[in-house]
Design a protein around this ligand. Structure first.
Ligand code: AMP
Length: 242
């Protein structure tokens, strides 16, 4: 597996032809996405964004070692949204084109809000499926299908059991904060969900730590992944390409 280590946000890191330092242009994002980013004050990609975005655009599976605060949401959210926009396949009822799993309803809702900001100039439907909220309201929202579903594993399985959502058309699977999901006991739920998403999907896994269990999960869920590491805040940037 290739490993790319990058610095923390605010450190530009190495320059290169692809994704020049100081700009989001050159990473394969559309004008409308670039406009949204500049309106949000995202003027320059963080190191993990600069590395991960082109890899996701190329179709690679990515294993990202990155904490909250490194800009990892945009590192997977931007290229994912861009690929969905470019493919422009029709949404089928109760289907999901891209699934993002998150350990808690708060994190899931933050991801969904960030995605809506990235794609505010585009027509992509983002849905949220988390516990603590009416399942029948979520069920209704999923009836006509969605482009991106951000979900906690337990609520997603409840919706699957109700036949409110089907994952057989899902081409992208993102596991965010995978170590937290394991700590919360979601391992069986993750295995069940990963089996429902067709194997020819693109899979991205982000985790703040890389214990053995995460390495095992990555081996089971990812296909020839590139490992991208963001140095934790406070650590000197490590700009080594192995
Ligand atoms: P995350 O690690 O994805 O939770 O992001 C941490 C914070 O950094 C969030 O408030 C983002 O809105 C912000 N952020 C992410 N990427 C950038 C960027 N390229 N420029 C400015 N802010 C950013």
């Amino acid at each position: 597996m290739n490993t790319i280590k990058v610095g923390r946000p605010g450190q530009s890191g190495e320059t290169g032809k692809q994704g020049q330092t100081g700009s989001f242009s050159g990473l394969g994002l559309s004008e409308s996405m670039l406009k949204s980013l500049s309106a949000m004050g995202y003027n320059e990609p963080t190191p993990i964004q600069r590395k991960a975005i082109p890899l996701v655009m190329e179709g690679r599976d990515v294993l990202g070692l990155a904490q909250t605060g490194t800009g990892k949401t945009a590192a997977f959210g931007l290229p994912l949204a861009q690929k969905l926009l470019s493919a422009d396949t029709a949404r089928e009822s109760k289907s999901v084109r891209a699934l993002i799993l998150s350990p808690t309803r708060e994190l899931a809702s933050q991801i969904s809000e960030a995605l809506k900001m990235f794609i505010r100039n585009a027509h992509l439907k983002v849905a949220l499926a988390v516990g603590g909220q009416s399942i029948s309201v979520q069920q209704r929202r999923l009836e006509r299908g969605c482009d991106i579903l951000v979900a906690t594993p337990g609520r997603l399985l409840d919706l699957v059991e109700r036949k409110a959502v089907f994952l057989d058309q899902t081409g992208f699977l993102v596991l965010d904060e995978a170590d937290q999901m394991l700590d919360l006991g979601f391992i069986h739920a993750l295995r069940r969900i990963a089996q429902m998403v067709p194997p020819q999907r693109q899979t991205l896994l982000f985790s703040a730590t890389m214990p053995k269990e995460i390495a095992k999960l990555a081996e089971a869920f990812l296909n020839d992944p590139v490992r991208v590491e963001a140095a934790p805040p406070g650590k000197t940037a490590d700009r080594v390409r192995q």
